[in-house]
Design a protein around this ligand. Structure first.
Ligand code: SF4
Length: 86
């Protein structure tokens, strides 16, 4: 499933540049994750990079966007044509 950012976000901006899919952007009150771009870092890393760097533990699984690993890999392939997943 895609990740989301909760209202615990303090807008430090640490996560934005860690996302390999450029799925994170600055919202009005918190940073936002585009579920169409988030692969849970599948294809790039074993752990979610936004969650790794967030000082407030505000990057969490989004139960409204549940996806299998296969679906996340398909999203990766669509976002990065020709690139091999790690
Ligand atoms: Fe980006 Fe990975 Fe966080 Fe998804 S889990 S928003 S791909 S850093």
């Amino acid at each position: 499933m895609a990740f989301k950012i909760t209202d615990a976000c303090i807008m430090c901006g640490s996560c934005e540049y860690e996302c390999p899919n450029e799925a994170i952007s600055e919202g009005q009150d918190i940073y936002l994750i585009d579920p169409n771009k988030c692969t849970e870092c599948v294809g790039f890393f074993d752990t979610q990079q936004c969650a790794e760097v967030c000082p407030e533990a505000a990057c969490v699984s989004d139960p409204d966007h549940q996806e299998t690993r296969e679906q996340l890999l398909a999203k990766f392939a669509k976002l990065h044509p020709g690139k091999k997943p790690k």
